[in-house]
Design a protein around this ligand. Structure first.
Ligand code: ZN
Length: 316
């Protein structure tokens, strides 16, 4: 048996135009652009990573922004909502901020004792902000004042047609346990069970399958301590009959992927080496970083990418 995972590492979604994506995630939401690189499988497009000040696992939202890609359909077999976490005392600040930035949100509601604001990003990706007790630091130097900054993820909600099988895989093999439930939602926790380590499995049996495209999540990654833990997990999941990829080098972590029984693409990613692997921690996300095997093509890659402007404090 492997030791399981200890929570969410990152969530990766498909976006539309890259500048609009940066404006929303680094501007409106005030998370830090911690890495500006390209899609390693499609180097003519960006891969943008946002997180807390250091890009800590459990805070990282990543995007493949495809300017002209088709919209996806939200449905079963997907992460249908990605929920960010803010301190309980910051709810007033955030309702005002969303209004000021023209983001429409639903009437605040209670879920498992926490207040939840639901809204969408400019491409229709479903997000939430959950106000709860969260001790993490967030990003102290962004456009949102440190005390109100987004701490990272609260949870991700998976919509699956076989909720029992998904839940069983996660509790028996990925290090999660059941901590709460209501109607069609089962809340699972890994590690210490604090925000960032929570996943809600939603029963979506009877709902149409989602399709991947702009405004949908592509995959969710769970974190493991190191490569050894990842290999143990790979062996365990492969032993269950899942088709697991070999270990892939994603520069800032190592990854394996497989599809869980409900259709959601799962990734297991290592905590190391992290985002300071190829640039100074003080200057994360400021310049275009390429993996060594694409460095010789930098000229042609930079020529096709639209330069991005990252909103600063003064634009908040
Ligand atoms: Zn990933």
């Amino acid at each position: 048996m492997s030791a399981g995972t200890s929570g969410i590492h990152h969530v990766t979604a498909i976006g539309g135009g890259p500048q609009r994506n940066v404006d929303f995630y680094a501007g409106t939401l005030g998370t830090r652009l911690v890495k500006k690189t390209v899609n390693f499988d499609d180097p003519g497009t960006y891969h943008l990573y946002y997180g807390d000040g250091g890009g800590t696992p459990g805070t990282i939202m990543t995007f493949f922004p495809w300017e002209d890609a088709q919209g996806g359909r939200i449905g079963s077999g997907q992460v249908i909502t990605t929920a960010y976490s803010i301190p309980a005392t910051s709810l007033g600040y955030w309702t005002e901020r969303l209004v000021e930035h023209g983001v429409r949100f639903e009437k605040p509601r209670d879920r498992f004792g926490d207040t939840v604001l639901a809204f969408e990003d400019p491409d229709g990706l479903r997000l939430e902000i959950v106000a709860s007790d969260d001790r993490r630091v967030g990003y102290a130097s962004g456009p949102v004042p440190a005390e109100h900054s987004i701490r990272g993820f609260h949870h991700a909600a998976l919509a699956v047609g076989a909720a029992d099988r998904t839940t069983q895989l996660m509790t028996d093999h990925l290090g999660f346990r059941r901590v709460d439930g209501a109607e069609n939602r089962t809340r699972l926790a890994a590690g210490d069970g604090t925000p960032g380590n929570l996943v809600d499995v939603m029963d979506a049996s009877g709902f149409p399958r989602g399709t991947t495209g702009v405004g949908t999540v592509h995959h969710i990654a769970f974190r493991v301590r190191n490569e050894e833990a990842q290999l143990a997990m790979r062996e365990e999941v492969a032993g269950l009959g899942y088709d697991v990829t070999p270990v892939l080098d994603r520069s800032y972590f190592r990854s394996i992927y497989f599809r869980e029984p409900g259709g959601v693409l799962f990734e297991i990613a290592t905590d190391p080496p992290g985002f300071a692997a190829d640039e100074d921690a003080e200057h994360l996300g400021e310049t275009l970083k390429l993996p060594p095997w694409l460095e010789e093509r930098r000229g042609e890659i930079e020529e096709v990418l639209t330069p991005l402007r990252v909103p600063g404090k003064e634009d908040s």
